[in-house]
Write a protein that binds this ligand. Structure first.
Ligand SMILES: Nc1ncnc2c1ncn2[C@@H]1O[C@H](COP(=O)(O)OP(=O)(O)OP(=O)(O)O)[C@@H](O)[C@H]1O
Ligand SMILES: O=P(O)(O)OC[C@H]1O[C@H](OP(=O)(O)OP(=O)(O)O)[C@H](O)[C@@H]1O
Length: 348
């Protein structure tokens, strides 16, 4: 995508078709709908809506759509259309490449966005963006990688060499410091950083780079290419973001929706992360058990209709569930139940 594009441009430059009937004919749908009037209808209907940019594909797409479903943000995305009107709130979703979202948010063209911290850092719009909520997915690290058997095994040894990356701003930043350090040590060096759009791991094997800067999560792609990581530039996860200074398009009527979305998404994330534990325990063993299940704020303790016994309920982290149950049993807890949370509200 070249040049700044507002969602309005996006809407008016996009062919609006009806939601595609399966195997439907776009052209026929367009003419029966009347593309001109449909487009002005769409542009009109965006005016009173909060614009929310979400990744249109790739690693963050599915989890983002899951989050929106959990937050009861209902939409139908028409075939080939990058704008979807939310049915039950005055919100319009704008589907954009993850790496373009920081720019749209920073410019105030949209009032909310979901994208990775890595592309925010790469965009250099960081100051114009505020992070509202970490989302707990899309976790990865941006790392310098070199061939395991290669001659250059440190970033200092890469000074003056060739680096391939999709993160050329962050890579330039790092290697200008590496070059400066090399110069201070009496070795003149200018590392060349080449932009590559994808499949960056192939660059070393193809002889076009001595090292790469790319994202690593499981490490499978890196290892498959015979590379290993020698330096971490940053860790990243998906975040909910907004412009650091609200834009005029965020009217007083729309402003409360930002907080509503943030709270709903935080509730969905907490419900994915926690389960609800409940058990009975003799009062004499209560203090030990409460150390195992302290709860997010505090556990609920209520009397049982049996002398000397209490019932406890508390939220615990899902990933610690088995260990917590083991420890509770050892501490004398009985009738231990673990209940999944469908949704919840937490302080954010
Ligand atoms: N392996 C990974 N594991 C977890 N998160 C990742 C991983 N790779 C990328 N991400 C996160 O997802 C974001 C989008 O990356 P992805 O590779 O899906 O890009 P994309 O939207 O398909 O764009 P393009 O293919 O054009 O680069 C990244 O900026 C990063 O925050
Ligand atoms: O450590 P791993 O779990 O193997 O993940 C790392 C890979 O994931 C990303 O690419 P992606 O697969 O999204 O495709 P791309 O190369 O087209 O960007 C990233 O660029 C790495 O190639």
């Amino acid at each position: 995508m070249s040049g700044a594009q507002t969602p309005m441009n996006l809407a008016s430059s996009t062919t609006l078709s009806r939601p595609a009937p399966s195997g439907g004919n776009d052209r026929a749908a367009k003419s029966s709908f009347g593309s001109e009037s449909a487009m002005s209808l769409l542009v009109d209907s965006l005016k009173d809506r909060l614009l929310f940019a979400i990744p249109k594909k790739g690693r963050l797409y599915e989890k983002t759509v899951e989050l929106l479903a959990g937050a009861d943000i209902k939409f139908n995305r028409a075939h080939r259309l990058d704008v979807a009107l939310v049915q039950n709130h005055p919100i319009a979703l704008v589907f954009l490449p993850a790496s373009d979202i920081p720019r749209f948010v920073a410019l105030g063209s949209v009032s909310l966005g979901i994208t990775g911290q890595d592309v925010i850092a790469e965009s250099t719009h960081g100051d114009a963006i505020k992070e509202l909520l970490p989302l707990g997915f899309g976790k990865c690290k941006l790392q310098v990688q070199v061939p395991v058997t290669g001659p250059k095994q440190t970033i200092e040894e890469l000074a003056g060499g060739r680096i391939a990356t999709s993160f050329n701003v962050l890579a330039e930043d790092l290697f200008s410091k590496v070059d400066a350090d090399a110069k201070a040590a009496g070795k003149e060096a200018k590392t060349s950083v080449e932009y590559v759009g994808g499949s960056v791991e192939a660059a070393c094997a193809l002889g076009m780079a001595d090292g790469i800067v790319d994202l690593v999560e499981s490490g499978d792609t890196m290892r498959a290419a015979g590379l290993h990581a020698i330096h971490t530039l940053m860790s990243s996860e998906a975040v909910l973001i907004a412009p650091s200074t609200p834009h005029a398009s965020l009217t007083p009527e729309l402003a409360p929706i930002v907080d509503m979305i943030k709270r709903r998404i935080a509730g969905v994330i907490a419900a994915q992360k926690y389960v609800y534990a409940s058990y009975n325990i003799e009062r004499k063993n209560l203090q030990n058990a409460l150390k195992i299940t302290p709860g997010r704020r505090a556990p609920t303790v209520s009397s049982l209709d049996e002398e000397g016994w209490v019932a406890v309920s508390s939220m615990i982290e899902k990933k610690q569930m088995a260990q917590v149950m083991d420890e509770l049993e050892v501490s004398g807890a009985q009738d231990i139940l673990i209940l999944a949370l469908n949704n919840c509200r937490v302080n954010v």
